[in-house]
Design a protein around this ligand. Sequence first.
Ligand code: ACO
Length: 388
Amino acid sequence: MSNGAHEIIFRPGLEGVPVTHSAICDIDGLNGHLSYRGYSIEDLAAHSTFLETAYLLIWGELPTEEQLHDFEAEVQRHRRVSFRVRDMMKCFPATGHPMDALQSSAASLGLFYSRRAIDRPKYVYDAVIRLIAKIPTMVAAFQLIRKGQDPIQPRDDLAYSANFLYMLTEREPDPIAARIFDRCLILHAEHSLNASTFSARVTASTLTDPYAVVASAVGTLAGPLHGGANEDVLAMLEEISSPDQAAAYLKKAVENKQKIMGFGHREYRVKDPRASILQGLAEEMFARFGRDDMYDVATALEREASSLLAVKGIYPNVDFYSGLVYRKLGIPRDLFTPVFAISRVAGWLAHWREQLGANRIFRPSQIYTGKVTRAWCPVEERTLEMDA
Ligand code: ACO
């Protein structure tokens, strides 16, 4: 398409269009490789912790022992949320989606720390700490509030992931379960310019506060084509209900051009490496805490899809196996996406900092397809036919 002066190439969904330089995350979608700051996702999931990975993403290097200790201690110190935020959350409808509750409560932090001193390193550091520390507390608080209970306070003797599971389920988790959950958080922490991260960068580019940046990203993550797919996967597996129904379900879905939730990715033409690691984590959970019949349905569906969908480069993505792990951990289904947000806040904050480092406001163009040069018509002379 041409505007006379130069060629304009329109790519719906910005497919393949770079919108920034970034040194945070690299995806090789043809070979199924993912790395954060140069470290492979396999190494990070095996050896790191979520907080250490968050530090790496946000500050660019792995912390020393002392830096990690200080970071963990600061996050621990800021886990509590103000009674005003909790009281506000008590006014939310219990039937509302927890992602809407999270978006509202994340945005509300901007009311408490509203100075936009984003050029001051101390402000940036404090905002990073607060968001990483308080988002899990707010997710757990809404879960208890909607059951008619008061939120429970964080426990200082528990590490980040164990404390979240404790605040959510009111039980101290098994250490193996807590470690598996922590590894899930590592896997979801960052994934380059996905929709929610792009949303975060666009919001950041206006130089607004980081709480607005995270709130806009939470809203974007909620959609079923993005983070919200993890909820829909379990609903789909339950609808299929048994491994021998997987082939028929898939055939019908493909014939009807219906998307299979948890499959497909703009960046990958092979199985998402995070899906492979999550599948291993699901198996670890089942080995220790008992099987889930839906896992057999999931593996049957993946097997059937290897002939029907793989030809188009469509394989399981990060959302396909995560719900099975979360369910075994006792996490309610509509909290799967908020849990994703707890983790992805690390990536969003890394991109917030990177955007500020070389900022130019995002302001893409469009190709106008509406009507032109219309004559004004007074209201008493207008007819419906005129709109035709
Ligand atoms: N099931 C069946 N067919 C699919 C699927 C799927 N899950 N995903 C893509 N396709 C097909 C499309 O029908 C289309 O086929 P066509 O060319 O014959 O019309 C082709 O593959 C391209 O699909 P698009 O939707 O154009 O691919 P896009 O890159 O825009 O979308 C997306 C990627 C949104 C992830 C898509 O694969 C999808 O909707 N998947 C299901 C939802 C999901 O799992 N989302 C989570 C993604 S991971 C994350 O965001 C955390």
